[in-house]
Design a protein around this ligand. Structure first.
Ligand code: ZN
Length: 86
């Protein structure tokens, strides 16, 4: 009965996935109960529905990071060529 530990000491959650900067998924290392961050920042049970939502969020977040990085490298290239002209 692994759950007895959780009943006595509370769940021992570890972050198992970073979905976005604000949304994470957690798993209790004793009973494998899963939680995620809801829209208003509360921790809620990770249901298959929320897993789906997190998959979408993660994809959007990842795309945004790629776009931001691309933007930064373009700026750097521009700065370099400007320096060369000067
Ligand atoms: Zn637990």
């Amino acid at each position: 009965m692994k759950n007895i530990h959780c009943k006595v000491f509370g769940h021992d959650y570890k972050v198992t996935r970073h979905v976005t900067y604000h949304v994470k998924e957690y798993t209790c290392k004793n009973c494998r109960r899963e939680l995620t961050t809801s829209g208003n920042g509360d921790l809620i049970e990770l249901t298959p529905k929320f897993k789906e939502i997190n998959d979408v969020l993660e994809r959007i977040h990842y795309k945004r990071i790629l776009r931001t990085n691309k933007h930064h490298s373009n700026v750097q290239v521009l700065n370099k060529s400007k320096l060369r002209i000067a």
